[in-house]
Design a protein around this ligand. Structure first.
Ligand SMILES: *Cc1c(COP(=O)(O)O)cnc(C)c1O
Length: 460
């Protein structure tokens, strides 16, 4: 009898979320449940399901922030209600955004930082769209003023991140992605004359090429465009996609000339949520001067109160990431960013040197001169396994390491890339190295028959 009673009051008397209600059933996954669920139970169910996502700190395929200070978490929680677009209701969040824009303009050597304009975005992709649109509008206006055809714009790039392919398709611009010849890993000055013409709205140079982590030679590209202006009368601006490099070069490659120090560089984007160290959801785009951002692209919005200029693809957007970006600037300063990026870079170079010692590998990028990253390929001999197999093997230990082919014309070269970012200590890198070594040993002893390549990796 007593036992029976206990069972009867099961739900109420045992306050254990795994022995009550929703957690005792398989839940409907693709339709709205009829009933509501206790908050703590629902929380646990969602929280637990996300365990299957894997451990982001071990994801060395992504550039994005996976570790933040507790203070950032706190600020993010406090900013939950802040809508970035509503600059009237949240003028101070808007002010922090404005400060970030000018901090970045100054960091990137804008000659007259009071003359610069820029804004936050959801990430570098949106920033690239805005940068590309400004180029397209400026070019079209100039062509129309000259009475020339303005219907066939093109943009010239090296091996770009997918966002530039999106820009080209969404906004009807022909993309001329210069194929990689020989050992090339990026755009070269000597490519430009062949690919640019009077319809070129701009050249995109990437500081931190997605596929390998190398920097394209922005200064040399600009010199060649200067020469082309002298010889051919073409005045073609440069946009630097500094998604990652924009937060690396100013701190640890300070002698490198790549930014607004070069007159021809008219706009730059960077991802705050990559080496900017802010949480996911913030990017930046800055123009060298107000003249570089055509006014027709700016909308003035008055229905939130006040009259606010806005240039963005989305309307509402969370403000927390921008607040966290400002916090990082204030908290770390030049000193802190330099220390963090240098530590990452040192670890990448150390890892590069260790990987180079391993028999099956040939380094493609060893961590020197570009991003804190390494990229390598298998030597030409038959190993009995591919890099895809190796990726899969280390995945058993939780590591995510990307393997993918280089872009045209080097599609036959498959590389593996490891990114070292804030929160990846030397010790963690050593643990990874040990797991790579064990994986190689295992695969050497157990070759993979009919090993197939798995395309489809997306470059984060
Ligand atoms: C990551 C990346 C992008 C896209 O940035 P998001 O912030 O993820 O939108 C663009 N360009 C380069 C070079 C990148 O590395």
């Amino acid at each position: 009898m007593a036992l029976h009673q206990t069972t009867e009051h099961h739900d109420n008397s045992i306050e254990d979320i795994y022995a009550s209600g929703a957690s005792e059933r398989c839940l409907p996954k693709y339709r709205l449940p009829d009933q509501s669920t206790e908050a703590s139970t629902a929380y646990s169910l969602v929280h637990d399901e996300l365990m299957l996502d894997g451990n982001s700190r071990q994801n060395l395929a992504t550039f994005c922030t996976t570790w933040v200070e507790p203070q950032v978490q706190k600020l993010m929680a406090e900013a939950l209600d802040k809508n970035m677009i509503d600059k009237d209701e949240y003028p101070q969040t808007a002010e922090l955004e404005n400060r970030c824009v000018h901090i970045l303009a100054d960091l990137w050597h804008a000659q007259q930082s009071w003359e610069t304009v820029g804004c936050s975005t959801t990430g570098s992709s949106e920033a690239a769209m805005l940068g590309g649109l400004a180029f397209k509008w400026k070019w079209r206006k100039r062509r129309e003023a000259e009475g020339k055809d303005a219907s066939k714009p093109n943009i010239v790039t090296g091996p770009v991140q997918i966002c530039w392919l999106k820009f080209a398709r969404y906004f009807d611009v022909e993309i001329r992605e210069v194929p990689l010849e020989g050992d090339a890993l990026g755009l070269k000055p000597e490519d430009l004359r062949r690919y640019c013409d009077e319809n070129t709205i701009g050249v995109v140079a990437t500081l931190g090429v997605t596929f390998t982590g190398i920097y394209e030679p922005v200064e040399a590209l600009a010199r060649e465009l200067d020469a082309m202006q002298r010889d051919l009368g073409l005045d073609i601006p440069i946009h630097v996609d500094a998604a990652s490099g924009g937060f690396i070069a100013p701190f640890i490659q300070r002698d490198l000339v790549w930014d607004f120090q070069i007159e021809r560089v008219r706009s730059i984007n960077a991802s705050g949520h990559k080496y900017g160290l802010a949480p996911l959801g913030v990017g930046w785009v800055i123009w060298a001067s107000k003249k570089d951002l055509p006014e027709e692209l700016i909308f003035n919005v008055d229905y939130l109160g006040g009259n606010m200029p806005t240039f963005a693809l989305n309307f509402s957007r969370p403000g927390g990431e921008i607040i966290a970006q400002y916090y990082n600037f204030l908290r770390l300063g030049r000193e802190g960013y330099t220390a963090i990026q240098q530590a990452c870079s040192d670890t990448a170079q150390w890892l590069g040197a260790e990987l180079a010692k391993l028999e099956p590998f040939e380094m493609v990028y060893d961590g020197h001169g570009g991003l804190p990253a390494v990229a390598y390929r298998l030597t030409d001999s038959d190993h009995g396994y591919t890099l895809y197999d190796l990726s899969e093997r280390v995945r058993m230990r939780g590591w995510q390491i990307a393997s993918y082919p280089l872009p045209l014309n080097r599609k036959n070269t498959v590389v593996q890339r490891i990114l070292i970012r804030h929160g990846v200590s030397r010790d963690l890198a050593q643990l990874l190295l040990n797991d790579i070594k064990s994986a190689i040993q295992h695969l050497t002893k157990n070759p993979v028959p009919n090993s197939t390549a798995k395309p489809g990796f997306h470059h984060g």
